[in-house]
Design a protein around this ligand. Structure first.
Ligand code: FDA
Length: 307
């Protein structure tokens, strides 16, 4: 992994740096490029704008690695309020939610995370929308897939993220190609050891393409989460090869990244979904976005320096 990326990912887990950045007089615009805001109302406003432009949304209430049951409960309550609002504002046909199990208690107890995720799924069902489970570092993959399997017994539409950088992922894709299965395929954003993950970018890309083939050949609904122009071209080619029409799979990108490309694909008739994070705990998320791309870091530092 390149040294800058390792450094920024290390900073993402460092409390001293977290406090420093969180207290810095950050320009709202910098954080706002990648984060919809801190409140439900702000998240709903960004959702409304994206949906009006033809882009669907998945909303992530930011918060991860909770080791406190009351914080996990707070996260559940935030999702319940959000789902209520999506329904009330007529947005639930185009906006779903993404949930990190670590934010609802996975590190404390898998059963607690399952119970909490079940409450969110029940509320999503009532609101007329869906839930996708984010995937975190590799130590949580088995647990997340166990929770997914449990949730899908009641709500077969619950989706999950799989990360192409993990050696195991093509097999995981093969297990999730059945009817109704929703898999969001991404490259992977955590610092992982070579024992479990490909390190070289081209190896990750090759793995991503193998997974694209597996998912498109299956009966599920693949959700291709990438900003990579080469991969987007490959997905378009393979979709034709597997006779997948628009609407039988979708493209997903992060809020604030390649917005023009999001609109271009939407105008071509594809479902495009932006992943929209919001909430007070934006720090870890922002650090991962900076680690992905030196240009993002330069943008961030320039904005800080100009304060
Ligand atoms: P990569 O970062 O390698 O970029 C490839 C190319 O894309 C670049 O060379 C450039 O051409 C273009 N590009 C990238 N960023 C750009 C920018 N800011 N502006 C212009 N061009 C840019 N990860 C995870 O571990 N667990 C998860 O649950 C999720 N969930 C998730 C949901 C969604 C909807 C998305 C889009 C992503 C995730 N991720 C994730 C993050 C994912 O793993 C990955 O870190 C990022 O998507 C970046 O990877 P790319 O595929 O974009 O390629």
């Amino acid at each position: 992994m390149n040294p800058l990326r390792s450094l920024i990912l290390a900073a993402a887990g460092n409390d001293a740096i977290r406090n420093l950045v969180a207290k810095a007089p950050l320009s709202r615009d910098v954080v706002r490029r990648f984060v919809a805001g801190e409140t439900t109302a702000e998240a709903i406003e960004v959702t409304r704008t994206l949906v009006a432009s033809g882009v669907s949304v998945t909303l992530d209430y930011l918060g991860e690695d909770t080791t406190d049951a009351s914080l996990a409960e707070q996260t559940v309550q935030s999702y319940l309020t959000l789902l209520d609002q999506l329904h009330e504002q007529g947005l639930s046909a185009s906006a779903e939610v993404s949930v990190k199990l670590s934010a609802v208690g996975q590190a404390l107890d898998e059963t607690l995370a399952l119970d909490n995720a079940s409450r969110i799924c029940a509320a999503a069902e009532q609101s007329g929308t869906t839930v996708t489970l984010d995937m975190e570092d590799h130590t949580t993959t088995d647990s997340t897939l166990r929770v997914l399997a449990e949730l899908r017994r009641t709500w077969p539409w619950v989706g999950a993220v799989l990360q192409a950088y993990l050696h195991r992922t093509q097999d995981d894709c093969a297990h999730l190609t059945g009817q109704g299965s929703r898999v969001r395929l991404c490259k992977g954003a955590y610092a992982e050891p070579a024992s479990v993950a490909f390190d070289a970018g081209h190896e990750v890309d090759l793995s991503y393409v193998r997974c694209v083939n597996t998912l498109l050949a299956g009966d599920g609904y693949p959700m291709f989460a990438t900003h990579d122009p080469r991969l987007i071209r490959v997905i378009a080619e393979r979709a034709k090869w597997f006779d997948r029409k628009p609407g039988t799979f979708e493209y997903q990108m992060l809020y604030g990244i390649r917005p023009d490309e999001q609109l271009r694909l939407a105008r071509e008739g594809h479902t495009v979904r932006a992943y929209v994070p919001y909430g007070e705990q934006w720090y870890g998320y922002l650090m991962r976005r900076l680690a992905e791309r030196p240009a993002n870091t330069a943008f961030f530092l320039r904005a800080l320096a100009s304060r």
